[in-house]
Write a protein that binds this ligand. Structure first.
Ligand code: DX5
Length: 227
């Protein structure tokens, strides 16, 4: 059975001076989980959330947290992000010398490991770790900043990874996530290609009708694309 459509925000566009209220508002708007874009200023030219920031927001909502670790050394701080309340850690294949070991270590911490691929990285990079993850993230922008344009040439890669997941007999166990430039004009292409977890930042926060309208609209568009 196809994995359900999930709409999840990137917290990047939120007001960082009131993150507790921001995550509560996201939960009230109907998001399925919240993604924290963790950036170290080295893997990507931006710097964002340490584990203490995430821990401070944890008590303000009940939806799952996932940390998208756009960092050079995910092994060094993985446990701290688990301790901060993230139930999934997404590491970049490009940042892991020993990706198989890193994912296994995360799973041993009581969180679920997941793997992200930058636009230039081929789907084959995750061929031998699908049994260690509950999600594969296909970046539809080059990581580091919100508000970038969706890269439509990622859609064949999304489809290939969906086929890999299904061929491995993991269709009921592994989600396929996309992140970057997801909005009303792009979500249907990504969902039709095989993505079922859709990350949106700008599209949620720039909707003049508010967060709940944006979440509901994106969910409806994605579900219509796979109906
Ligand atoms: C890139 C970030 C963004 C963010 C979503 O490193 O990961 O993709 O989550 O940004 P929008 O939805 O504004 O493109």
């Amino acid at each position: 059975m196809a994995r359900p459509i999930q709409i999840a925000p990137s917290v990047l566009p939120a007001d960082f001076s009131k993150l507790g209220r921001e995550v509560a508002a996201l939960e009230a708007a109907g998001v399925d989980l919240i993604q924290w874009d963790v950036m170290d200023g080295q893997f990507v030219p931006n710097l964002t959330f340490g584990p203490d920031v995430i821990a401070s927001a944890r008590a303000h909502c009940t939806v799952p947290f996932e940390a998208h670790l756009m960092v050079l050394t995910p092994d060094v701080m993985a446990q701290q992000y688990v301790d901060a309340g993230c139930s999934r850690l997404i590491v970049h294949a490009e940042a892991c010398t020993h990706l198989h070991r890193t994912l296994g270590n995360i799973n041993s911490m009581g969180a679920r490991g997941a793997v992200a691929l930058n636009p230039a990285t081929p789907a084959s990079a995750i061929e031998h770790v699908l049994d260690l993850v509950d999600l594969v993230l296909v970046m539809t922008v080059n990581p580091g900043f919100g508000g970038q344009a969706y890269i439509p040439t990622m859609e064949p890669k999304i489809a290939r990874i969906r086929a890999m997941i299904d061929a491995a007999g993991l269709a009921d166990d592994v989600d396929l996530e996309v992140d970057g430039g997801i909005g009303p004009a792009t979500i249907q292409g990504a969902a039709a290609a095989g993505a079922n977890v859709l990350i949106a930042g700008s599209a949620l926060y720039r909707d003049p009708a508010g967060l709940e309208h944006a979440v509901t609209e994106l969910r409806g568009l994605a579900e219509a694309a796979v109906a």
